[in-house]
Write a protein that binds this ligand. Structure first.
Ligand code: C2O
Ligand code: CU
Length: 464
């Protein structure tokens, strides 16, 4: 005899049309698919041909995943690419088995294979997902999308826009993706820098706006290595969250917003440009030239005057503040790169000189290791407070990202920095971060300039 429950389960397995009450549907239904595949998209303007990309769902960016805080995300990842892949959910304080790091938390999913991701999102905020196998190639080919976790109570804005910034390295003749991913020059310098800049896959993104309209902008830097320096014209407002985590109070926008690789910023801005004018998000280039990143043509008026300072975003579930007095002290020295002083480092158990390392495709080191080691940077016990000093003994900036836990920067004045998952550290700088090791598992800690990570700037910590 079959029970009612078994019947329902068989029913949904064979006939998707059968509808059953809510909770049963949730337990028995298949997870939605997230398929990585090749696609052709019009990145460069016609008459350039379409560009062959790798994208989730064949779109660029991938589908926006939007869930309520505390909800489960379930996706069956299907790999329809010619290369093994995995999906990392960047910035989520996630169950370690779902972190998507090929070679550490799971095996890479072979072409034709699948992997079921299923996790709870504890924090509201702006996050993103991206490939985490050969990421310096796969993210550059377009494998990323936004993961938005909504607050129970939405902030008081007229509308919101998710803006994913990227730079593509395209062949200027064919508009196809330059496949010199292992270019030694780029790897040993600032990383793979693109020559074609987009927002949400468009070089000319234009969003209609009204005067005094209040917008929430969710900015995500999905580029391989570029630090975006942004300015605002005809838009005035506040930063309300960084790397998903709300600030204690909205911070008025400064002259330049620095958004390093993988970082996010949530802004609340008012359109101050006049009706008929255009407001802009501007980007400062390497040559100090200012160009438009996103245009907001203004037509009509949303309200007579600007509104008051917005309320802070509701705080996320508290993560414990580390007690610094008896925190475990760790130190990470980053070395290498062009024009650096690294004379050698360990690779495969052998100490090699800089030249030999370069011949083996390694240009950087963490604590004199030019590769991910068998043993973690540190084995921490669950709940242990940590302070980690990071010495950037190179001439390049690096965007240091910790998986699984957010951290605070310890500032000299005794003021803690905001909670972040990715910290920009300039050449020659020493910075210190602190966190409580409250999420068990194996967590990667690496530079998010993805070709740096691949060529030596990757380590991990273990929390047990
Ligand atoms: Cu956004 Cu290890 O990555
Ligand atoms: Cu780096």
């Amino acid at each position: 005899m079959t029970t009612r429950r078994e019947f329902l389960m068989q029913g949904t397995a064979s006939a998707a049309a059968l509808t059953v009450p809510g909770t049963l549907t949730a337990q028995t239904s298949q997870a939605a698919e997230l398929k990585a595949r090749t696609a052709a998209v019009q990145l460069a303007p016609a008459p350039y041909p379409k560009t062959e990309i790798w994208g989730y769902g064949g779109t660029m960016p991938g589908p926006e995943l939007r869930v309520a805080q505390g909800d489960r995300v379930r996706r069956r990842f299907l790999n329809d690419l010619p290369q093994a892949s995995s999906v990392h959910w960047h910035g989520i304080r996630i169950d370690n088995a779902m972190d998507g790091v090929a070679g550490l938390t799971q095996d890479a999913v072979a072409p034709g294979g699948s992997f079921d991701y299923d996790f709870v999102v504890p924090d509201a905020g702006t996050y993103w997902y991206h490939a985490h196998n050969r990421s310096w190639e796969q993210v550059a080919r377009g494998l990323y999308g936004a993961l938005i976790v909504e607050e129970a109570e939405a902030p008081d804005v007229d509308r919101e826009e998710v803006l994913i910034l990227d730079d593509w390295l395209l062949d200027p003749e064919t508009a196809q993706i330059d496949d010199s991913f292992d270019n030694a020059m780029m790897m040993s310098h600032g990383g793979r820098m693109g020559n074609f800049l987009t927002t949400n896959g468009r070089f000319d993104l234009s969003l209609d706006a009204r005067r005094h309209e209040r917008l929430r902008l969710r900015l995500i830097n999905a580029s391989n290595a570029r630090t975006f320096l942004l300015q605002f014209s005809g838009l005035a407002g506040w930063t309300v969250a960084l790397d998903g985590m709300p600030l204690m109070a909205p911070a008025p926008l400064e002259d330049v917003l620095v958004l390093g690789a993988a970082q996010r910023a949530d802004l609340v801005v008012d359109v101050t440009a006049e009706d008929g004018e255009t407001a802009y998000i501007l980007r400062i280039g390497d040559d100090d030239q200012v160009t438009s990143q996103v245009m907001f043509p203004v037509s009509g008026t949303a309200s007579r005057a600007r509104r008051d300072v917005p309320a802070r975003l509701p705080p996320n579930p508290a993560t414990p503040k580390p007690d610094l007095s008896d925190a475990r002290r760790l130190r990470l020295v980053m070395a290498g790169g062009a024009m650096g002083r690294m004379d050698g480092a360990f690779l495969g158990g052998e100490r090699l000189g800089f030249r030999e390392l370069a011949e083996n495709g390694r240009f950087w080191s963490f604590n004199e290791m030019a590769e991910m080691t068998q043993t973690p940077l540190a084995g921490l016990s669950l709940g242990e407070p940590v302070r980690l000093e990071i010495v950037n003994d190179t001439v390049f900036p690096h965007a240091m990202h910790l998986h699984g836990m957010h951290f605070r920067e310890i500032k000299a004045e005794g003021n803690d920095g905001p909670m972040r998952d990715t910290l920009m550290i300039r050449g020659g700088e020493t910075r210190e971060i602190a966190f409580v090791a409250d999420n068990p598992g194996d967590w990667l800690f690496h530079c998010h300039m993805l070709s740096h990570a691949e060529t030596g700037m990757m380590t991990w910590i273990q929390v047990t």
